[in-house]
Design a binder for this molecule. Structure first.
Ligand code: ADP
Ligand code: MG
Length: 256
């Protein structure tokens, strides 16, 4: 059975896509069968997986509106070693189209059921909003991974997301839980980062992943080469941190 995780945070630029792409590639490197679902119309996870969003024949949009199955729509990230349900600007229209469809929050969940046996992990990169697309990500998932930067307003934004997750849990998806908070773009020399990090641990205990992803320029450079950072530069500190995070995820799914 595939374990499905949404990578979500309604803030933009907090490392969702970088986390999804690198976790996918790191899990694949650990021998896991992985499907990445790009739910952001910006298509950054698609491009970062080495798939051209402008020419890809089919995307998650066709899946959500029921035109294609996952098996028909998926593409392969050759660089990353995992499958991708790609995305591009067309997906922005789905937001409106979904409203008039049956079961609108559960379209992704239902579509993924058909490939459940084919993957160990499905990772869903959510857009920076609490929209119908994100709702599809949350309704289809067993758990949420929340990447966050350890800065002053980080905790404030977190409560909106935690409330949304609680509501989805109560009304739409009893399976859903927060798997963990991942500290990303971490600057070990910053006192503020250390303080916010300590606050997070005090507040969320072992919901905070042990792995910490440092700020590392190699991770930021990788997408322009159409490769996940962990493939582009295995030795980079950021890549090693994502490999550790993948190992932690494999361990953590034994207990959830
Ligand atoms: P989101 O998907 O939440 O909008 P991204 O993953 O696209 O965030 O990250 C935002 C920007 O920060 C991107 O330019 C990305 O390359 C960069 N970035 C993400 N994680 C790191 C990191 N650990 N070190 C350095 N740059 C990073
Ligand atoms: Mg993104």
């Amino acid at each position: 059975m595939a374990r499905i995780f949404a990578v979500a945070n309604q803030k933009g630029g907090v490392g969702k896509t970088t986390t999804t792409v690198n976790l996918a590639a790191a899990l694949a490197a650990h021998g896991q069968r992985v499907l990445l679902v790009d739910l952001d119309p910006q298509g950054n996870a698609t491009m970062g997986s080495g798939i051209d969003k402008r020419t890809v024949p089919s995307t998650v949009y066709q899946v959500l509106i029921g035109q294609n199955s996952v098996a028909e729509a998926r593409a392969r990230s050759e660089s990353g070693g995992y499958d991708v349900l790609a995305s591009n600007r067309e997906l922005a229209g789905a937001e409106i189209e979904l409203v008039s469809l049956d079961n609108r929050e559960k379209r992704l969940k239902d579509a993924l059921a058909a490939v459940d046996e084919q993957y160990d992990f499905v990772l869903v990169d959510c857009p920076p909003s609490l929209s119908m697309l994100t709702l599809n990500g949350l309704c289809g998932a067993h758990g949420v991974i929340i990447p966050m930067q350890c800065e002053y307003y980080a905790l404030e934004g977190l409560s909106d997301l935690v409330n949304t997750i609680k509501q989805v849990h109560a009304k739409l998806n009893r399976d859903l839980k927060i798997i963990g908070l991942l500290r990303v773009m971490f600057d070990t020399r910053s006192t503020l980062s250390q303080q916010v990090s300590a606050q997070l641990e005090a507040h969320f205990g072992d919901k905070v992943f042990k792995a910490i992803i440092p700020r590392n320029v190699r991770l930021a450079e990788a997408p322009s080469h159409g490769m996940p950072g962990v493939v582009f530069d295995k030795a980079a500190r950021g890549s090693q941190a994502y490999m550790q995070f993948a190992a932690e995820m494999i361990e953590r799914i034994q207990t959830i």
